[in-house]
Design a protein around this ligand. Structure first.
Ligand code: NAD
Length: 480
């Protein structure tokens, strides 16, 4: 962009003191905080590789304690409490999340690497919104369309990933409690800090002991939890590979299961789309949260007649993205969450080049410490190549072209996943025609990555089953 004036931004760092980091975090079981009996590990700031705190993780005996506590809490009162009373607790949690929102946002950014702008404006307010929304449902279950007297399921085991740590915890805990269940939640091993702060909030809101138990730990803790015979329902968000493993392990156990897994969404741009708006939508679709988004628009399908113009505009826009310190309020692209995830992204990007894709990134120096990957676009991507088919879960966009709406549908559906899709066009009739044909749980039109607690979210095929959010999200936690 030879003619464009580039202005320097002054640094605008958020203060990390607000996070009130503790030197150690343990487990939250039966209303008590105590060290877990597993191995202690460090939670790392992925932007600096600095250790933030020691996590005294859970082991199988902690899982046992937590499930027993959840069962006692379920039997001794929570499941029988009037909906109006459960609602009071949920409203309280929502309000305290709002009161402590700056602290939670800073903590999330330090632990996860996402830009503070996103944790402050998306993760934390949407987490509060989920508690508010489900608080409203707690006394209206009989009118939710699941029969006159729907019952809770029992003890829910909930396992979540690292990409939206607090928000995923809210998606899981709020509907479960609204419906009268008790829960044991396991956050991801690289991002336990906001979940443990949510445990503090839950204690501050005086929920009866055992209603919510939170166990930081790795895959083995997750496995002990989902395998525990005292669990009635499993809600898992994570990779398709682990989801399949869990599905096999619960077969014939009588446990209920919902799976929110990976995706490889098509974001489809027609030649009549408002192009500047579509460029913003594509950028938001794949570079929001470093592309660590299950519903990320990781495949751009652009109509052939505008492909050159559109890709050129997209590259111009990418030149203006600011990558760096996630705590700076002007940062657009933060750090990759872990060395392991960075390794996975590199392997797939290298495979993209080896398979003939043209790789492009803007000039953007990467910080020396921490885990970083520049925003990257691949053109000349073959539909059978790995980067067109496999989930990269990073800031990498694969570009394919199409000529007709039917070809766009065929290419969009040429994936084992089915979580989300985007359509950019001026024609309402085309939006409806496409939306009916796209095999995706969520279809956005002239927008992307919109999340609202009232709206159901979930996938088809290898993206999982069950819905979270809205009235539909209650069904997973009710015996209907
Ligand atoms: P992962 O499946 O490795 O881990 C997810 C969680 O499962 C973590 O808490 C982990 O400790 C736990 N876990 C791992 N092995 C387990 C086992 N055998 N039994 C029980 N628990 C186990 O996934 P990840 O790499 O942490 O997360 C990224 C993946 O999650 C991506 O594929 C992404 O698409 C998916 N995801 C989906 C959604 C959605 O709503 N559909 C949301 C976020 C992430």
């Amino acid at each position: 962009m030879p003619d464009m004036k580039v202005f320097e931004y002054a640094p605008a760092p958020e203060s990390r003191d607000i996070a009130r980091l503790k030197p150690t975090y343990g487990v939250f079981v039966d209303g008590q905080f105590r060290p877990g009996r597993g191995e202690p590990v460090k939670s790392i700031n992925p932007a600096t590789e600095e250790a933030l705190a020691e996590i005294q993780e859970a082991d199988a005996s902690d899982v046992n304690d937590a499930v027993s506590a959840a069962r006692r809490a379920y039997d001794s009162g929570w499941s029988k409490l009037a909906g109006t009373q459960r609602a009071k607790y949920l409203y309280r949690i929502a309000r305290v999340i709002q009161e402590r929102s700056r602290e939670l946002a800073v903590l999330e950014t330090l632990d996860n690497g996402k830009p503070i702008r996103e944790s402050r404006d998306v993760d934390v307010p949407t987490a509060a919104a989920h508690f508010f929304d489900y608080a409203g449902w707690a006394d209206k279950l009989a009118y939710a369309g699941f029969g006159p007297n729907p019952h809770p399921v029992g003890v829910a085991a909930q396992v979540i990933p690292w990409n939206f740590p607090l928000l995923m915890a809210a998606w899981k805990i709020a509907p479960a409690l609204a419906a009268g269940n008790t829960v044991v939640l396991k956050p991801a091993e690289t991002t336990p800090l906001t979940a443990m702060t949510l445990a503090e909030i839950i204690a501050e809101c005086e929920l009866p002991p055992g209603v919510v138990n939170i166990l930081p730990g790795g895959p083995s803790v997750g496995q002990s939890l989902v395998d525990h015979p005292g669990v009635d329902k499993i809600a898992f968000t994570g990779s398709t590979a682990v989801g399949k493993q869990i599905q096999k392990s619960v077969a014939a156990s009588g446990k209920r299961l919902s799976l929110e897994l990976g995706g490889k969404a098509a974001n489809i741009v027609f030649d009549d789309a408002p192009l500047d708006q579509a460029v913003e939508g594509i950028v938001n679709g794949i570079f929001f949260n470093q592309g660590h988004v299950c519903c990320a628009g990781s495949r751009l399908l652009v109509q052939e007649s505008i492909a050159d113009v559109f890709i050129s505009a997209l590259k111009d826009r990418l030149q203006t993205l600011r990558l760096g310190d996630p705590m700076d309020k002007n940062t657009d692209i933060g750090a990759i969450n872990s060395a392991a995830q960075l390794g996975r992204i590199r392997v797939l990007a290298d495979a993209g080049e080896a398979e003939g894709g043209q790789r492009w990134s803007p000039d953007c120096p990467l910080p020396e410490r921490g885990f970083w990957f520049p925003p990257t676009i691949f053109t000349d991507v073959g539909p059978a190549s790995r980067i067109a088919r496999e989930e990269i879960f990073g800031p990498v966009l694969s570009v394919l072209t199409f000529r007709t709406p039917q070809e766009a549908v065929d290419k969009a559906n040429n994936t084992p996943y089915g979580l989300s899709a985007g359509i950019w066009t001026d024609k309402g009739s085309r939006i409806l025609w496409m939306a009916n044909k796209l095999r995706a749980g969520v279809v956005w039109a002239n927008t992307f990555n919109r999340f609202d607690p009232t709206s159901p979210f979930g996938g088809y095929t290898e993206s999982g089953f069950g819905r979270e959010g809205g009235r539909h999200g209650l069904e997973a936690y009710l015996d209907v």
